[in-house]
Design a protein around this ligand. Structure first.
Ligand code: FMN
Length: 340
């Protein structure tokens, strides 16, 4: 399964951001593996039409995984049966989502509190996927400590998962502080299945550092790719040649217009403006004069005017500074989590 796990650069699932349009943009910029955002097992079983949209992907996105979340082994395996019909390249189970709406329902990172349940979920899921389709599990360190981390990882491995995506923060840490990459090394040393390291990669230098420090098999980029799809090419250039091209501010403005065009083709002009807005802050981060541009773009619903604002914005030609994450993670679009 080298096509998934051997030195690959994955785009993280980001609810509200990594839809089919943005995944394809990232793919064209060098992302090796992409994933759907989390899809509710219950909603799949009830055939919720909004959920169906989340399962859509294009052939050109391959290899692509569909990610499921839920709180019960039977329902998750029923959901996986449904997902299998879409023929993704792998299926991932979410055991890391920290947000209240999900954990209060005992899904996502709440599962990390219950080792027996993890065992049941993976074992039942594997009875559906078998050797036909790889099964991965995306985890955090634990609920509030790393006490059970190695036990959890060993169970996931022994019950048949093909790989583990690991974001080394506990649920209670949410997105605070720095993720603890030493724990990625520890998990890697203690498992035979591939480990995809995730957490706080915002530059090509970070990516190289994660590979070198942790010896993980592949890496996954999340927030660092929002409004910054070039990061995948930059990482590849840096890993190969120790250098990469800087992306200049006008390139970013051009990309917003291209991105808008692509969304519009799928959902029409009005909805496209709504959907692109949440990316604009990231695309224009660090550009002088950008807050005025953002304000204007946020106020108009008219596509022509929206594009005019962008075209009239003449940013100075300079490379934007590398992204650094603040204390708050970008917010997922609530509607996308309403599907349970
Ligand atoms: C807005 C947002 C939405 C997310 N949605 C998902 C999701 O649907 N499934 C999932 O497993 N993780 C989700 N995550 C977590 C990311 O996949 C990733 O694990 C996390 O952001 C850490 O990686 P990063 O530091 O590279 O961003 C989300 C994170 C953010 C900020």
């Amino acid at each position: 399964m080298d096509y998934l796990f051997d030195n690959k650069i994955w785009l993280a699932p980001l609810a509200g951001y990594t839809d089919i349009v943005y995944r394809k943009i990232c793919k064209s910029m060098g992302a090796d593996v992409v994933m759907s955002e989390m899809i509710s097992a219950d909603a799949l079983i009830y055939n919720n039409p909004k959920t169906k949209i989340l399962t859509e992907f294009d052939e050109e996105e391959r290899p692509i995984g569909l990610q499921i979340f839920g709180n019960d082994a039977r329902k998750i395996s029923e959901g996986i049966k449904i997902l299998k019909e879409y023929h993704p390249d792998f299926i991932d189970i979410n055991m890391g989502c920290p947000i209240r709406k999900i954990v209060k329902n005992n899904s996502g990172a709440a599962l990390l509190k219950d080792i027996n349940k993890i065992k049941q979920i993976i074992s039942k899921a594997y009875s559906i996927t078998g050797n036909e389709i790889p099964l991965t599990v995306k985890i955090r360190t634990g609920w509030d400590s790393d006490d059970n981390l190695l036990e959890i990882v060993k169970i996931i491995e022994s019950e048949g998962a093909s790989g583990i995506i690991f974001h080394p923060r506990t649920r209670n840490e949410m997105f605070l502080g720095k993720s603890n990459w030493d724990l990625i090394s520890k998990v890697k040393e203690n498992t035979k299945i591939p480990i995809i390291g995730n957490g706080d990669i915002c530059t090509p230098e970070d990516a190289k550092e994660m590979f070198n420090q942790t010896k993980c098999d592949s890496i996954m980029v999340g927030r660092g790719a929002i409004g910054n799809p070039w990061i995948f090419k930059q990482i590849k250039n840096y890993l190969q040649n120790n250098s990469y091209y800087n992306i200049l501010s006008p390139n970013r403005i051009e990309m917003i217009i291209l991105h808008l065009e692509k969304i519009k083709k799928r959902v029409g002009s009005r909805k496209a403006i709504h959907l692109i807005r949440k990316f604009i802050a990231s695309y224009t981060k660090g550009m002088r004069g950008a807050s005025n541009l953002r304000q204007k773009c946020n106020q108009t619903k008219d596509e022509k005017q929206f594009i005019e604002y962008l075209l009239n914005f003449q940013p100075e030609v300079y490379p934007c500074p590398p992204l650094r994450f603040g204390r708050r993670a970008p917010q997922a679009d609530k509607n996308n989590l309403e599907n349970e």
